[in-house]
Design a binder for this molecule. Structure first.
Ligand SMILES: CSC[C@H]1O[C@@H](n2cnc3c(O)ncnc32)[C@H](O)[C@@H]1O
Ligand SMILES: [Zn+2]
Length: 431
């Protein structure tokens, strides 16, 4: 399939942040082969798509999610993390089986595609189900079986074997759209020797590690009480940062810890919506940028956010750090957009193929309607995206050159069936 897209504004998210106007893009199979003002003459196309009034840019990359938790959206709000996890989430998740994960993650993928997300990271259980949804829906994902090491030795080892098997079964599958990671849930749920074994697994399998880190002040203090050091040094000593690593949250990290993360090239997934809602705090993102980190963005699960709208995270990132630091230059609009695209691709170790629109890269892109009243006048399209656009403005979503959403119609998923089955799947486990 060879497709010509014409008459679009194109924001490539390469160093050049000014959108090309009245521009064209050629996509051949899964790859971008041309971007510019004048397409080469004499070429034939299977389809020509007129994108007048649309802005084209790379799809959003959601770097931290627990997608099946859409079933728990609104189930337990307004609680602090540990109470929320121990008294609400873990008891009901204990009743989740493959069916719940199948329909919860289907609902999540549907919501993400409709909001312009083309790639997401997922940490959960029954991951074969998530992988199947990813394969069938056409989205891209980096998936990991999250393991909590609080049970018996047998339980722990069984979970670790499952996580390893998942990597063997799915890494590189769905035409390369699925990649995999190993995921010890957090330092407070995984004993040190268990984390060390998972690092060995990740080394043997040659995959990255994904882990929650320093989300709350209380968990940092607990780490100091239990192990005598703060979580960053704890994970450093356990060898985690010898592997490519993506940490979620990093809210309570001091300057020395940020320096350590930067020295080890650790990737950070900033989840402002979830951190605000759980009352965990505000991650020191401006300090991270100063030390050379390039934080990406995540929604976390829909039970703590309570949506999977990556554009909202971009907008939060562009706003809350200005307020927290009393500095209107903290996290400018262009930086927030990079956090949702190119830094997201780097955080998932996929920047060789996605995150920007360039010839030779995968055709993972979205179109945004810029004709609405809230998108006028068009002094600055970057500013409009970061401060004014809404997820409903996303019109088209392509992954690997395949259309998943066209003019807001989802082409690969049955929306009505997903709504019905997700409601039923929750009812089966409801208390
Ligand atoms: C073992 S699968 C993932 C596990 O993570 C839990 N979870 C969801 N949101 C958060 C969060 O913000 N911090 C820590 N853990 C979280 C989820 O309930 C699953 O049990
Ligand atoms: Zn999480």
């Amino acid at each position: 399939m060879k497709r010509l897209i014409t008459h679009a504004h194109i924001l490539t998210m390469t160093d050049e942040m000014a959108p090309l106007e009245n521009a064209s893009m050629i996509v051949e199979e899964d790859t971008i082969t041309f971007i510019g003002q004048t397409p080469p003459a004499g070429e034939e196309f299977d389809e020509v798509v007129d994108m007048k009034g649309r802005l084209i840019l790379p799809g959003w990359v959601n770097t931290h999610n627990h997608s099946a938790m859409t079933l728990l959206r609104g189930y337990a709000d307004d609680l602090p993390l540990q109470t929320w996890l121990e008294e609400k989430m873990w008891p009901i998740e204990g009743r989740f089986g493959p069916h719940q994960v199948r329909w919860g993650s289907s609902l999540a993928v549907l919501e993400m595609i409709r909001g312009g997300t083309t790639c997401f990271a997922d940490m959960y259980d029954h991951l074969d189900q998530v992988a199947q949804v990813v394969e069938d829906s056409g989205i891209r994902a980096s998936l990991c079986r999250g393991v909590i090491g609080l049970g018996s030795e047998e339980e722990r080892e069984a979970k670790r074997r499952e996580a390893v098997q998942f990597v063997r079964d799915w890494n590189g599958k769905a035409g390369g759209r699925i990649t995999a990671m190993m995921a010890p849930h957090a330092p407070y749920t995984c004993p040190p020797d268990y984390i060390e074994k998972i690092v060995e697994d990740a080394t043997r399998l040659d995959v990255p590690i994904h882990i929650h880190l320093s989300e709350t002040r209380q968990e940092v203090q607990q780490n100091v009480d239990d192990y005598g050091v703060r979580p960053v040094e704890h994970l450093e000593r356990l060898g985690v940062f010898q592997r490519p690593t993506l940490v979620a949250h990093a809210v309570h990290v001091n300057d020395e810890e940020i320096r350590k993360l930067a020295n080890h090239s650790v990737k950070v997934s900033h989840n402002p919506g979830s951190n605000l809602k759980l009352g965990s705090g505000i991650a020191p993102i401006p300090a991270m940028f100063k030390q050379g980190l390039k934080p990406a963005l995540g929604t976390d699960g829909a039970a703590s956010n309570n949506n999977l709208d990556l554009l909202e995270e971009i907008q939060l990132a562009a706003l809350i750090h200005k307020g927290a630091s009393e500095d209107p230059e903290a996290v400018p609009a262009a930086t927030a957009l990079k956090m949702g695209t190119v830094y997201g691709a780097e955080a998932l170790f996929l920047d060789h193929s996605i995150g920007t629109l360039e010839t030779g890269k995968k055709a993972d892109f979205i179109s945004v309607d810029i004709t609405g009243p809230h998108m006028q006048p068009q002094h600055d399209l970057v500013s409009l995206l970061a401060y004014s656009a809404s997820r409903d403005d996303v019109q088209d979503v392509f992954v690997d050159g395949v259309p998943l959403l066209r003019n807001r119609e989802c082409l690969t998923l049955d929306e009505e069936q997903i709504r019905f089955e997700a409601r039923r799947a929750f009812q089966k486990v409801a208390p």
